[in-house]
Design a protein around this ligand. Structure first.
Ligand code: AKG
Length: 305
């Protein structure tokens, strides 16, 4: 295959990697992130959960809805911290060379970190609360083009169908953005999902600690529950993730009147409750950070958060 739609023209990825991403919309790199960095980010998360770090710079902290009234604390209930690009320790993951080399091989050399998450699935959660419904990440983003956005997701534990495995529906990055809503059952703040794709085969992506999967923002994906029970200081399914966009060629869109209007309103309301009266677009600009290369349309607003 000579030319690619989903891969940057100067990409140094191997041909088989390019072909796999082009066809399937994701790419698994085994043993991608080193132990030292993984230990550092895990320790930062645990210390934060135990109230030991006061200088942490993250915007959003979420709790598992099935555990939050059960008298458990810290990493036994916190299921996500989000928007960490201005935290010195988590930032090391976002600009880690092993991750960025692959990102560059997909979207090119001008890279902005746009969205960042440390995701924990604590043991003992109800399966309905601990799963992540089928969705497309582009639902959350008021920027385009979709083909110039890519996510990295690094397993910080062995992850398989027992403890919250990521799954994808290969090839769906070639389709449109679908309408997302809250699924029936537990309400995990901002975990919108889509219905009606049960006929398409899910591919589970089991991963060892340090493996990273890179995926296109239109690929249909989700994750299963963490079925682990009654673990003492273990059994947490942890992962760290960042979405990157091509700084130079990204442009912002007005999502009013589109399928994304519901998420825009919800995110603006959450920011407003925290005292940040910003539009959906301004929020995304404020939490983003240039990783390397030329700046672009993300960089014309100083961080307000
Ligand atoms: O970490 C997970 O379980 C799923 C993450 C995911 O799909 C996402 O945040 O878009």
């Amino acid at each position: 295959m000579g030319t690619y739609r989903y891969i940057h023209k100067d990409s140094r990825l191997f041909d088989e990697q390019k072909q796999f991403y082009e066809k399937n919309g994701y790419l698994l790199i085994k043993n991608n992130v080193d132990e030292e960095l993984m230990n550092k980010v895990c320790q930062r998360f645990v210390d934060f959960c135990n109230g030991k770090v006061i200088d942490i710079n993250v915007v959003t902290v979420m709790k598992d809805p099935s555990l939050k009234d059960k008298g458990v604390h810290g990493e036994y209930v916190i299921n996500k911290i989000q928007d960490f690009l201005y935290d010195d320790v988590f930032w090391e993951y976002a600009c880690n060379k092993a991750v960025i080399d692959i990102v560059e091989g997909i979207i090119g050399p001008n890279i902005t970190g746009a969205h960042s998450m440390f995701i924990n699935k604590p043991p003992n959660a109800d399966p309905g609360a601990s799963l992540h419904p089928l969705h497309q990440d582009l639902h959350y983003f008021p920027f385009r083009p979709a083909d110039k956005i890519v996510a990295s997701w690094t397993a910080l534990e062995r992850v398989d169908e027992r403890n919250g495995c990521l799954y994808v529906i290969p090839g769906t990055h070639q389709g449109p953005l679908y309408k997302h809503e809250y699924p029936k059952g537990y309400k995990n703040a901002l975990y919108h999902g889509i219905q009606g794709f049960d006929h398409l085969p899910k591919i589970y992506v089991p991963m060892d600690r340090g493996d990273t999967v890179f995926f296109h923002p239109l690929i249909l994906h989700g994750s299963g529950p963490n079925f682990t029970k009654q673990a003492y200081q273990m059994g947490f399914r942890k992962a760290i993730s960042c979405h990157y966009a091509d700084s130079k060629d990204t442009y912002f869109i007005d999502v009013k009147g589109t399928y994304q209007e519901n998420i825009a309103k919800e995110i603006e309301e959450i920011a407003s409750r925290k005292g940040a009266h910003l539009s959906f677009v301004e929020i995304w600009k404020a939490k983003s950070r240039l990783v390397k290369g030329l700046p672009g349309s993300f960089q014309n607003l100083e961080s307000h958060l």
